[in-house]
Design a protein around this ligand. Structure first.
Ligand code: FAS
Ligand code: PHB
Length: 391
């Protein structure tokens, strides 16, 4: 078969790209190696920046988000047994974040694409990309017992960090920037009302903890753990005990344990592949970059990439101009590196490092004290957290 843009990956990046191309009258086909159920059930990100919410609503896929999303006007930092609020209204002229699970975004985009005739091949195996440095880029894959080939003008690699697209680019063509962290996150989804109205980031000598949510009935919580942590060492009781210990304050507030519905370990890594293009193959989202989840940026960065890429493709097909395609990587990397810096800074400030000296431990507390006591420092955190307007 033939299409204009072949997309590998039906996560947020691939689905939003296909949706934006459809609105611009550009044809695309998505090839996804997992089942629809799997992708729609996968619990991952939960925080949508103002720009992501605006994009979803402005392009007609934000109805459920507006009904069910939890709009937040601040976050809290908890350390030395005290909680401090970062007030977005005051510090960012009213920009906000919205809590709405990534899997809900995926459901809304998948429903919209299929309802408007979009083609998504789920459960594709042996997906490969070919000739993206020549005039006839192709995607081949097997679905069921049938082999398929999609000939296209361009391929969008939206297949995440472990996908096939970036790895298909010839050795030496990309410059890789990478940092791993000496810890991971143990995340749980629990059927219990959130113990606070807003997200709380806790710095504690026992390790980092994060209190988030998905709805008034569902809590999303994380604990810093060893990078090679074995979930078997973390029965439910131990998780709740540790969350309580790391979030303790002098005020009375209660962490309400409940049935844990999902448990998982998320690696913490900073990663950028430059450039985000090779010939007619364009990388977007986690296929091109990974940030530690402390800044709540991964999903939002993916959306920002595809907003730029969709505009470039739409303009190319409307006018024949190449310049936006040629500038895609440069424009996206400006935002990618600002977000890498912020995510690294939040991660370094809030986590416990085994390599810390006594000086490091006191310096980190002083940095937290400075952030919550200086308007300039709080504003710097707030403007990065709610996200900069898309270019
Ligand atoms: P995705 O990885 O979401 O999507 C890629 C898609 O491509 C997937 O559906 C995959 O099945 C498919 N694919 C992979 N290989 C393929 C192949 N060979 N052929 C066809 N399809 C293929 N970000 C936050 O902001 N906050 C968080 O709390 C957070 N938690 C996370 C937890 C986990 C376990 C992980 C892995 C990531 C988390 N992230 C978080 C980051 C995450 O939300 C990503 O930034 C976001 O999913 C990026 O979207 P995509 O670029 O579309 O990549
Ligand atoms: C989440 O709700 O999943 C979440 C919130 C804030 C983060 C990361 C994850 O920094």
């Amino acid at each position: 078969m033939r299409t204009q843009v072949g997309i590998v990956g039906a996560g947020p990046a691939g689905l939003m790209l296909s949706h934006l191309l459809h609105l611009g009258g550009v044809e695309s086909v998505i090839v996804e190696n997992r089942s629809r159920e799997y992708v729609e059930r996968r619990v991952r990100a939960g925080v949508l920046e103002q720009g992501t919410v605006d994009l979803l609503v402005a392009t007609g896929v934000g109805q459920r988000l507006k009904r069910q999303g939890l709009v937040h006007h601040g976050i809290e930092l908890c350390f030395a047994r005290r909680r401090h609020r970062i007030n977005f209204d005051e510090l960012t002229n009213g920009r906000t974040i919205t809590i709405y699970g990534q899997n809900e975004v995926v459901k809304d985009l998948t429903d919209s694409r299929l309802a408007s005739g979009g083609q998504i091949f789920f459960e594709a195996s042996n997906v490969r990309v070919w000739d993206f440095d020549g005039p006839r880029p192709r995607i081949t894959f097997v679905q069921g017992d049938k082999e398929h080939e999609i000939v296209c003008d361009f391929i969008a690699g939206c297949d995440g960090f472990h996908g096939v697209c970036r790895k298909s680019i010839p050795q030496g063509a990309l410059t890789i920037y990478e940092q791993t962290y000496p810890f991971a996150w143990l995340g749980i989804l629990a059927r219990t009302p959130p113990s606070a109205n807003e997200i709380i980031y806790c710095h504690h000598e026992r390790g980092f903890a994060l209190h988030s949510m998905r709805s008034p009935e569902l809590s999303r919580l994380y604990l810093q753990c060893a990078p090679d942590e074995d979930l078997a060492n973390w029965p439910d009781e131990r998780i709740w005990e540790e969350l309580k210990a790391r979030s303790q304050t002098d005020e009375t507030w209660e962490l309400r344990p409940g049935p844990i519905l999902q448990k998982g370990i998320t690696e913490m890594r900073s990663f950028v592949a430059e450039p985000m293009r090779y010939g007619s193959l364009f990388l977007a989202g986690d296929a091109a970059h990974i940030v530690p989840a402390t800044g709540a940026k991964g999903l939002n960065l993916a959306m920002a990439d595809v907003a730029v890429l969709a505009r470039a493709f739409n303009e190319y097909y409307r006018t024949g101009r190449h310049d936006l395609l040629d500038r895609y990587s440069e424009v996206c990397l400006r935002r990618v590196w600002k977000v890498q810096r912020f995510s690294w800074w939040m991660t370094s400030m809030l986590h416990r490092f085994d390599s810390d000296t006594a000086f490091d431990r006191r310096r980190r507390l002083a940095e937290l004290e400075y952030v919550v006591s200086s308007r300039a420092a709080s504003q710097a955190l707030a403007e990065n957290y709610v996200g900069f307007p898309f270019e």
